[in-house]
Structure formats: structure tokens, C-alpha cells
Design a protein around this ligand. Structure first.
Ligand code: NDP
Ligand code: CA
Length: 322
């Protein structure tokens, strides 16, 4: 018998918008690097994680339980190597439309056995959104194609008629690759700029509000983080609103022990357009005690990354002057 998974609070803060939407509930966004099964068993070397906790036939239920506990309207996942046999069929039955983009040379394919390449997946609730456009991007760095990808989904909210563009990505991992990550971020920002302002993809009211979910593999001190926070798209990182000063990222979004040692870092983000969207609540980050001495993954937490979740709503549209 395993103890119940620690509860995570949905936190509302004073700087967050009030919520009073009987007919227009906020849009719930979930971001999560779920740990590719082939990498978790075959490459990562999580020396403090019990082997049992990495068994796919148990771990998949923990992943699904976490998703279904929160029932997000939009779900952005990285390291998905069980799309066709697990997430797509199960989530489709629960009312989600999904899209999957594998990495061109997924490291999962080096592991034997594997279940195919890992990649990014984006799901949205069909009852909530109408699809407007989907872009599958292979990220470039200085014009050269890389092994990292992004999905950009333009949606129209059925309740409000408002448009929303959601992107999911997983940038190049490891230290030494900071400049590649920065270049990949620049490429993604450029694509997002053109997608959100382009004729056919653009909201009828103007530029489409944006949400970018990702495992950026970059601490907030890195170049790529600065690029995102200073871009012409006017993006803010949602989880900074959890901090007491309103500007600081959480202390960690991933925490693991490999043979090389313990690694605790903030790599995952939900970026959004504060001019058009307001954050109403955020799912709290588990404490060190909740995570436990063996860190992640574990029997309680099926991935080495924590899920991020926020509720956001459209701001009133400013009156347009003719
Ligand atoms: P990345 O470097 O971006 O990382 C791949 C995965 O490894 C990520 O999911 C990352 O997880 C995880 N990871 C990060 N740090 C470590 C670590 N210290 N130990 C173990 N895993 C870690 O991968 P790329 O997309 O650049 O692919 C690299 C791999 O792909 C190579 O190993 C190579 O074998 C293969 N490849 C093959 C090619 C070919 O021609 N056949 C061409 C290119 C690549 P997280 O994001 O959670 O940190
Ligand atoms: Ca990983």
C-alpha cells in the first residue's frame, strides 16, 4: 500500500484577477514534461528512484491521474513516447483533440526496447475550442535545423468567440548548449510573431493572445529566458505571480539525483500575454518535504518534472476607436 499523493493547492493571489464567471469559466492550462518511458528506464540514471516506480504499466496511471484530477482545457506535454497507444486514445474518449510532433532524432530510439520517438503533444478540449490552425515546427538555430520541435495551435473559444494561440516546446537539454537554446527560442518567437499577427491566423480583433508552455531546459538566468521576457510579444511567465514579489520564478520545477549528483532547477514555464489574459490561479509547487529525500521521480510523482497549471481568462477587450 502506497500513501496518497500529496495534495497541491490552487493558489489565488491578490495580484491575480477576480473570478466571477458563471457562464465563462477560466481556461485551465497544464504544462508537463512527463518523462519519456524509454529515457526514464534506459538513459536518465535516476539512482534514488525505485525501479518499480518507473514501470510504465503503473506510471501511466499516475500521469493520467494527475491530468484527470485537474481536467485542463489545454494540455501541453513534453517527452511523450506513448502518444498513439496511450494518450491519444484515452484523451480522445474524454473529449480532447490532440496533436503530436516527434523529435526528428529522438534519443529514445537509442534505447532498447523503445516505443518510438518522443516528442511534444498538445491537447485541447473539443467542447471548449474550435481549431483554427495548427503549425508543426522544427526549430532552427542560425538557419540550421535542430532536433527540437514545437506545436502551435490556434483556437477559438466557443463561449466567447475569442481567439487563443497555444504553443508547446522542449528546448535542447544540458549545460554547454545555452547558445543553441537561445537561438531556438529566437526562432520560436519569430514563428509565434508571424502566426499571431498573420491574416488567416489572426483573431478578428487583432493580434491573437498567446500561451507558450515548455521545458526550456534553461534557468531564468539564461539568455533564452531573457529573450522571452523581453520579446515584442509582451510575454510574462505565469509562475512568477506565485512569488511574494511577483517577479521571481519558483525555486525548482525539476529535482532529481543522477550518478553525477543531485540537480534541482527551474526549467519549465508557462508564458502568456498579460495585456489580453489574466491569471486567476496557479497550482502550488510541492515543498521539499512533499517531494521527499529521494527526489523525483517517485511513487508519488511519476516524472522528474513537476506539472505546472494555471487558470486564465480573457481580459475585457478595450473599446476600439475607429
Ligand atoms: P537533448 O540533449 O535535448 O536531451 C534529450 C533528453 O535527455 C531530454 O529529454 C533531457 O531531459 C534528457 N537529459 C538531460 N540531461 C540528461 C542527463 N544528464 N542524463 C540523461 N538524460 C538527460 O537531446 P537531443 O534532442 O539533442 O538528442 C540527443 C540524443 O539524440 C543523442 O544522445 C543522440 O544519441 C541522439 N541523436 C542522434 C542523431 C542521429 O543522427 N542518430 C542525431 C541527433 C541526436 P530534460 O529535458 O528533462 O532535461
Ligand atoms: Ca528528461
Amino acid at each position: 500500500h502506497r500513501p496518497a499523493r500529496p495534495h497541491r493547492d490552487l493558489v489565488r493571489s491578490t495580484c491575480m484577477a477576480p473570478c466571477s464567471h458563471k457562464y465563462n469559466p477560466p481556461i485551465r492550462i497544464m504544462q508537463w514534461n512527463i518523462l519519456a518511458q524509454a529515457l526514464g528506464e534506459g538513459k536518465d540514471g535516476f539512482v534514488r528512484c525505485p525501479l518499480d516506480a518507473l514501470n510504465w504499466n503503473e506510471r501511466k496511471y499516475l500521469i493520467l491521474e494527475e491530468i484527470l484530477t485537474h481536467r485542463p482545457d489545454v494540455l501541453c506535454l513534453q517527452e511523450v513516447d506513448h502518444y498513439y497507444d496511450t494518450f491519444q486514445p484515452i484523451l480522445a474518449r474524454l473529449g480532447y483533440q490532440g496533436s503530436f510532433l516527434p523529435k526528428p532524432w529522438s534519443p529514445c530510439l537509442d534505447v532498447e526496447p523503445n516505443n518510438g520517438p518522443d516528442g511534444c503533444a498538445l491537447f485541447y478540449r473539443r467542447s471548449r475550442f474550435m481549431p483554427k490552425a495548427t503549425a508543426h515546427l522544427r526549430l532552427s538555430a542560425l538557419m540550421l535545423p535542430t532536433n527540437q520541435v514545437a506545436i502551435v495551435q490556434t483556437l477559438c473559444c466557443r463561449v466567447t468567440g475569442r481567439w487563443l494561440c497555444v504553443a508547446v516546446t522542449h528546448l535542447k537539454a544540458r549545460s554547454g548548449w545555452e547558445r543553441l537554446r537561445s537561438a531556438q527560442g529566437a526562432d520560436l518567437l519569430q514563428s509565434l510573431c508571424s502566426i499571431t499577427s498573420r491574416g488567416g491566423n489572426r483573431a478578428p480583433s487583432g493580434t491573437t493572445p498567446l500561451v507558450v508552455c515548455g521545458d526550456f531546459n534553461a534557468e531564468p538566468s539564461e539568455d533564452v529566458y531573457k529573450r522571452f521576457s523581453c520579446s515584442p510579444l509582451g510575454l510574462t511567465s505565469a509562475y512568477t505571480l506565485l512569488s511574494s514579489d511577483g517577479h521571481t520564478e519558483p525555486p525548482y520545477t525539476t529535482w532529481k539525483v543522477r550518478p553525477s549528483g543531485e540537480s534541482r532547477s527551474t526549467l519549465d514555464y508557462i508564458w502568456y500575454t498579460p495585456a489580453a489574459l489574466s491569471i486567476e490561479s496557479l497550482l502550488d509547487i510541492p515543498s521539499e518535504e512533499q517531494i521527499g529525500p529521494d527526489r523525483l521521480p517517485s511513487y508519488h510523482y511519476p516524472s522528474d518534472h513537476l506539472s505546472l497549471l494555471c487558470d486564465l481568462s480573457f481580459r475585457e477587450e478595450p473599446h476600439r476607436l475607429l
